[in-house]
Design a protein. Structure first.
Length: 532
């Protein structure tokens, strides 16, 4: 592993023109251009190469993998002293990711500035944590910078594009994991198991005065205790800290339900294809930072910086509580599967410092300069029906694609060593409808109806098994992607549909080919190795 890491480092040690001058000033591209331009990939690499040269015991520049177009995705590791291999230190890990949407650029710049200032000012987080930064997660999209993109962001050289080289929105790929970038980030997460994960974005939705909006992983299949802790304790603390130390006002990320006559501050649906919810279900304190696109570039960078630094300081002072909550979630027995999930309002309303808006005679939204404070229901509490169970899932040996997809998620898959008979829970589809528009090359299932039945089955040797005991660290995720009633299930992308429709001539679905065994004590199984 160390040899591999050094190879990555050598790839990124690019000679920097005018290194003496850079050592004196060490500024990002926005700082050098009075916030008129944003960084290309080579600029970011040069910046962190210089930091590594100046702080060799506290900075390592590496990579998490390669994009579709062949670019390396940079990884920066910070610490005092820095560690390069998971397990070298017992310090908690913090993971900051930026530029997943390469048209949303301030996170990329804020991470450079934050790393520089942490090292220069001996930030206490360097001794207490290992800080991982992926400043340009979407290099293919970032290198398509053009002044024609997102002109309202007022950046002279423009910004990149939302998608990667596959024309794929990387922040909608965390279930199917078809992009090399997302698979690389998931591998990074699974190796280091961060306590905190942050994904940096730009929002251009509702008009308001607050430059910082943010939200946490809200999936009901994550830790309810973590969600409540963030809402009741972390959220007000962080917002106060950002205002006191940076004069940055913050609100929850969201949009008005009706621009002209709003009553609710609404969220996008809680789905695991989005990183903030995905990594939350894996047990991290997971956050989405969305900086207000209508603010000027320097303010947006400052807002992102304020959020990241405020979160570092909260974690410094609440590390034990946060670690205990994550440990409790990962160690609880069995699983709690949530379905029929809907957004509810929190007890406390949220105040948005917005503007008066109306619809003109053509139905178009018009934003005025008149300030209006809007007190709204905050629709960010996601919950639904709950089933508690343990046991295991089993599926046929021929479904190698499902086996590989689960392993890409860090879910342990076993092989059944000898036949056994068990009472299986089997889901029979009675009706499936499909979305009218394709999604990233998939015809997505929309609504699913069916019924469960119990049936005694003999499971042959060679079938695959996914146990749901404590040894399965990501068992909540395993249930979310395998359970037939889950909105996040893998089969909804059209994977293995031939096994769901028994006749090629009739549009009549049959049984779901993944069975649930609620008592798995009689199974003889073996964990698959990497080569299998």
């Amino acid at each position: 592993m160390m040899k591999k890491l050094l190879i990555f480092v050598s790839i990124f040690l690019i000679p920097v023109a005018g290194s003496t001058a850079l050592a004196k000033t060490l500024q990002t591209v926005p700082e050098q251009t009075d916030y008129k331009s944003t960084s290309h990939l080579k600029d970011v690499i040069s910046f962190f190469s210089e930091l590594q040269a100046r702080y060799p015991n506290q900075v390592v520049l590496s990579s998490i993998g390669t994009t579709f177009e062949g670019r390396r995705i940079p990884l920066v590791i910070l610490g005092n002293p820095v560690v390069t291999v998971p397990g070298q230190s017992k310090k908690p890990v913090i993971l900051f990711v930026a530029n997943i949407h390469a048209g949303e650029v301030e996170g990329k710049e804020a991470l450079q500035m934050l790393a520089r200032d942490m090292l220069k000012n001996r930030h206490p987080a360097l001794k207490r944590f290992t800080v991982l930064m992926v400043p340009v997660f979407n290099p293919d999209g970032n290198e398509k910078i053009s002044p024609l993109h997102r002109v309202y962001q007022q950046i002279k050289n423009g910004v990149g594009v939302r998608t990667n080289g596959l024309n794929m929105d990387l922040n909608r790929d965390f279930v199917k994991l078809e992009s090399p970038e997302d698979r690389a980030l998931v591998r990074l997460f699974d190796r280091w198991l961060p306590l905190v994960y942050v994904d940096c974005h730009t929002t251009d939705g509702s008009h308001h005065t607050e430059p910082l909006t943010w939200i946490w992983g809200r999936s009901a299949n994550g830790s309810e205790a973590v969600h409540r802790y963030i809402y009741a304790i972390l959220r007000p603390w962080l917002n106060r800290y950002a205002w006191k130390n940076y004069k940055i006002a913050a609100i929850p990320y969201g949009n008005f339900d009706d621009a002209a006559h709003p009553k609710k501050w609404v969220q996008f649906p809680s789905v695991l294809m989005v990183g903030v919810d995905y990594f939350g279900v894996k047990g991290a304190f997971s956050f989405l930072d969305e900086n207000y696109a209508y603010a000027d570039f320097s303010t947006r960078i400052r807002a992102c910086y304020a959020f990241l630094d405020s979160l570092l300081h909260f974690t410094l002072s609440h590390q034990d509580e946060m670690t205990a909550l994550v440990r409790r979630f990962r160690n609880r027995p069995g699983v709690e599967f949530h379905y029929n999930v809907k957004a509810k309002a929190f007890p406390e309303k949220v105040i948005i410092h917005g503007f008066r808006e109306y619809r003109n005679k053509n139905g178009r939204r018009v934003v005025t300069a008149e300030r209006v404070d809007k007190r709204l229901d905050f629709m960010g509490d996601f919950s639904g029906d709950v089933k508690k169970f343990s046991g295991a899932y089993v599926f046929p040996a021929g479904m190698n694609g499902l086996k590989e997809k689960l392993r890409q998620h860090g879910i342990q898959v076993y092989t059944v060593l000898s036949p056994f008979t068990a009472n299986c829970r089997i889901y029979h589809f009675s009706k499936i409808t499909y979305k009218t528009r394709p999604f990233q090359g998939h015809v997505m299932m929309d609504t699913v109806e069916g019924k469960w039945r119990s049936s005694e089955k003999t499971i042959p040797a060679g079938w695959y098994a996914v146990p749901l005991n404590r040894s399965q660290l990501f068992r909540q995720l395993a249930v979310a992607v395998l359970e037939p009633e889950s909105r996040d299930a893998l089969y909804r992308y059209g994977f293995w549909s031939t096994m769901i429709y028994p006749s090629e001539w009739r549009d009549v679905p049959g049984d779901y080919p993944v069975y649930r065994i609620e008592k798995s004590g009689g199974m003889k199984i073996r964990l698959l190795n990497n080569a299998e």
